[in-house]
Ligand binder design. Structure first.
Ligand code: HEM
Ligand code: HEM
Length: 181
């Protein structure tokens, strides 16, 4: 079982990073929607927000590692013989990374708008940098839009993967599940 990617498929590291970060992103989305409905008197009011921020920054770091791993690794060869389809897939993957980066940054800007750093699981603090009067509201609005935008993009991405599997019957989905030999 290969750890690294080859021309023919993804290695174990790319596959694990893909599915674990997908799981974490769905969790973060659910937690985000849930926690903004809580009031100060709910037991989980502070805890859920602290978890969202700590897990969010940890995930940002993991996605950065994942992106670096992608760049320094072999890229599995394109599976479609239509150049336009391969271009669309590549564009969608880049868009996913871009929206994720903007989501992390807007989350950081909401949390640090008043000049307080973010404590990550009580271990260390990521300092505030930009601060401003309306920053919390504006970044909050953008964060919410980006979160929904990411979910829409992921839905398209998953539909494309299922189309490859069930309609084109090619190895696109299989090679993101089973590491190459
Ligand atoms: C995959 C990453 C993330 C996802 C999917 C996500 C998703 C969400 C969602 C759906 C909401 C609720 C929006 C609403 O309905 O108003 C939310 C709120 C929030 N998120 Fe995130 N988030 C992510 C990362 C982060 C990060 C990295 C931070 C900070 C370091 C952060 C900080 C916040 C804060 C402070 C709120 C509350 C905003 C408010 O009170 O209106 N998020 N997030
Ligand atoms: C939050 C959820 C998800 C995100 C952010 C995401 C992101 C990505 C990204 C960036 C890639 C490009 C390869 C890489 O850089 O590692 C990729 C590949 C892939 N993803 Fe996802 N993904 C998500 C969920 C899913 C789901 C639910 C499915 C299937 C139902 C799926 C199926 C695939 C497949 C088959 C590939 C390989 C495509 C190819 O070889 O061209 N992904 N994903």
């Amino acid at each position: 079982m290969r750890l690294q990617n080859t021309q023919d498929g993804y290695g174990l590291i790319s596959i694990l990073l893909h599915w674990l970060s997908a799981l974490a992103i769905f969790g973060m989305f659910g937690l985000g929607l849930y926690m903004v409905e809580l009031t100060y008197y709910d037991a989980w009011y502070k805890g859920s927000l602290d978890l969202h921020k700590s897990a969010g920054l940890t995930l940002a770091f993991v996605i950065l590692l994942r992106f670096v791993w992608r760049v320094i690794n072999t890229k599995p060869k394109d599976l479609s013989d239509k150049a336009i389809e391969n271009l669309a897939a590549h564009g969608a993957h880049m868009a996913l990374y871009l929206v994720m980066a903007a989501l992390f940054f807007s989350g950081y800007l909401i949390s640090t708008a008043e000049g307080h750093g973010i404590e990550v699981f009580g271990l260390f603090t990521v300092p505030a940098t930009l601060t401003g009067d309306n920053q919390e509201d504006i970044a909050g609005e953008i964060h919410e839009w980006l979160a929904w935008g990411l979910m829409a993009l992921v839905a398209l991405h998953a539909l494309a993967a299922l189309k490859h599997h069930f309609i084109n019957r090619d190895a696109t989905l299989k090679r993101m599940v089973k590491p190459g030999e």
